[in-house]
Design a protein around this ligand. Structure first.
Ligand SMILES: C[S@@+](CC[C@H](N)C(=O)[O-])C[C@H]1O[C@@H](n2cnc3c(N)ncnc32)[C@H](O)[C@@H]1O
Ligand code: SF4
Length: 344
């Protein structure tokens, strides 16, 4: 019989576990400390629980951490890890070390329903939501776990489409009973879903990045079909109701596609769209994917685009592209692993 994982449970969930087993209420906090502070890998290591209680816990539960099954290292130090989350199902997490920080890009779903034209994960279609256990495990079982300074929910999947499990993970990462991280160390990236965006803003303090990619709704819907359900103008209107001028950061991601959204007409429209919003824009280089007729803009065009936005009051950076040699794009390694296993 497979056991339930404890890793990924909130304090409230651990409290109901200990209650159901007739253990004292304070045992929930002790278990949380073993899981999230001391980061043990087995219930046997939870030595301040009585032997009887440990045995009772072990009958139904396990810690539930699982090491990655594969890794690809880039010449620039970026490492893409593959985690198994089911029979022949894998997700990616990408470790990106930098001078003074080390970021992990975490997945929230296997595949994605949103079908953005430029995205490899979108091309996979949707397989399943990850549980809080599977999201947190990408961080917990990372070989470089203790070096991590930041986490970005920018891997496979649309986090607002799996918000219950994502919010549980964020609670564990930021609570004093959990990892105790500042929410400023965590960024959630989303295309912006009507059902979910407001809830995320109100129930979390983590930074928010919105994938924008075109200020024109007609073009944005060509690139990102979800635009039809919740348009970028509605998204920006909603965001204007919240204060992003202090600790919490709002950014917009913009992949610059050659001859598609890279001229100053687009930059001008972005300035108009983002007027009065406390935010920054990150320009992203496109990682080409097979079968899609889009190309990335050259660096000169991106620089001109950035300078126009910055000189018109929208602070803009060009995101350094990391792990080019192992990347191609998010979703590539897991897609090929699934294909490889299907052939065997
Ligand atoms: C993979 S998504 C996951 C988070 C969320 N679903 C979203 O779209 O924001 C993270 C970021 O990667 C970008 N992205 C997707 N495919 C890309 C590609 N081929 N090249 C560059 N960026 C890409 C998305 O636009 C988004 O800004
Ligand atoms: S870009 Fe984000 S929302 Fe779009 S298909 Fe990829 S993962 Fe899903």
């Amino acid at each position: 019989m497979s056991k339930y994982p404890l890793l990924g449970m909130t304090l409230a969930e651990l409290q109901s576990v200990v209650k159901s087993l007739g253990m004292p209420r304070f045992a929930a906090k002790q278990i949380a400390a073993w899981l999230y502070d001391k980061k043990v890998s087995s219930i046997d290591e939870m030595t301040n629980l009585s032997l009887n209680n440990r045995e009772a816990l072990k009958a139904e539960y396990e810690v539930g951490g699982e090491a990655p099954v594969d890794a690809m290292c880039s010449v620039d130090g970026t490492i893409k890890y593959l985690y198994r989350v089911g029979e022949n199902i894998f997700v990616e997490a990408v470790y990106i070390p930098d001078d003074d920080r080390a970021t992990l890009c975490v997945s929230s779903q296997v595949g994605c329903k949103m079908n953005c034209k430029f995205c490899m994960t979108g091309k996979q279609g949707f397989t399943t939501n990850l549980t809080a256990n599977q999201i947190l495990n990408q961080i917990n079982s990372l070989p470089e776990r203790d070096k991590l300074t930041n986490v970005v929910l920018m891997g496979m999947g649309e986090p607002l489409d799996n918000l219950d499990e994502v919010l549980k993970t964020l609670e564990i990462l930021t609570s004093s009973y959990g990892y105790g991280w500042s929410p400023k160390r965590i960024t959630l990236s989303s295309i912006g879903l009507r059902k979910g965006l407001q809830r995320f803003i109100e129930e979390s303090d983590c930074h928010l990045a919105i994938s924008l990619h075109s200020p024109f709704p007609s073009q944005r819907s060509e690139l990102m079909p979800a635009e039809r359900a919740f348009s970028i103008t509605e998204i920006v209107d909603l965001l204007k109701n919240y204060d992003f001028s202090k600790q919490r950061r709002l950014s917009f991601e913009y992949i610059v596609f050659r001859d598609v959204n890279d001229s100053l007409i687009y930059a001008k429209e972005l300035v108009k769209l983002l007027r009065g919003v406390d935010c920054r824009v990150n320009l992203i280089r496109f990682h080409a994917i097979p079968g899609v007729d889009l190309k990335g803009a050259d660096m000169e065009t991106m620089t001109t685009f950035r300078d126009y936005l910055t000189s018109h009051g929208v602070f803009t950076t060009i995101r350094a592209s990391r792990g080019e040699d192992i990347f191609a794009a998010c979703g590539m390694l897991s897609t090929s692993k699934q294909g490889e296993n299907n052939k065997n």
